[in-house]
Design a protein around this ligand. Structure first.
Ligand code: NI
Ligand code: MN
Length: 224
């Protein structure tokens, strides 16, 4: 499975059949030249409605006739505007044509009145990916290791601090989740989150994280 990073928290997952984009921040994203018009996707996962995560979801959904999977409050708001949506909420899982999505808690604002932010555990084929969304470190991340997932193959963790976990907490998260591979995200986009990803690499080393720590440049891909 191919996993492409567009910088910040935006990822394109290409499975056998479907293309799934997570947090499609593709307009005014300083990390990438890729524009919504360059992509054709089947599903769009949105962790919360802050602009750097909701991003170009509506534009992409319109041009690709894609379904937006997100929390119920955001899904309701978008379906009232005529979009195809699938509302979920934290703790719930659903089997889609491309695989299974479980909404994982995230300690962060929803970006909309009411509601809650979330992360996603996405299982496609044999592989399981955890996209943490924007969140603090929280103890229940331990449940991703053996309870919510048998094994996480790839964890995508925010490290930018100020709005989310910083490198120290993200290293603890990686230790607890114990994924096969871990990639830092949500840094370097704005001055407030101008964190060097090598700081995360060093912290992961200090925490004796067993995972392969991979720093991806925007527009780079990973095969899992
Ligand atoms: Ni946010
Ligand atoms: Mn954010």
């Amino acid at each position: 499975m191919k996993v492409k990073f567009f910088g910040h928290a935006c990822w394109l997952i290409e499975g056998a059949k479907d293309k799934v984009i997570i947090d499609p921040f593709l307009t005014n994203n300083p990390h990438t030249e890729t524009k919504p018009a360059d992509l054709e996707v089947d599903y769009i996962l949105v962790t919360h409605a802050h602009g750097d995560h909701m991003g170009a979801a509506q534009e992409l959904a319109q041009q690709s006739d894609a379904t937006i999977i997100t929390t119920n409050e955001i899904a309701n708001m978008l379906s009232q505007k005529g979009f195809n949506t699938h509302g979920m909420h934290v703790g719930g899982a659903y089997e889609f044509s491309f695989g299974k999505v479980k909404a994982i808690p995230a300690f962060h604002g929803s970006g909309i009145e009411g509601g809650h932010a979330c992360g996603y555990l996405l299982t496609m084929g044999e592989k399981t990916i955890y996209h943490a969304g924007d969140t603090s470190l929280f103890g229940d991340m331990k449940l991703l290791n053996g309870i919510w997932a048998e094994k996480v193959d790839l964890a995508l963790l925010p490290i930018g601090d100020n709005f989310t976990m910083g490198p120290e907490d993200a290293a603890v998260a990686a230790k607890w989740i114990d994924p096969e591979k871990v990639v830092p995200m949500h840094y370097g986009t704005f001055s407030l989150i101008d964190v060097d990803p090598t700081e995360f690499v060093h912290r992961a080393d200090a925490e004796n994280v067993n995972s392969e720590v991979i720093v991806l440049k925007p527009d780079e891909s990973l095969e899992i």
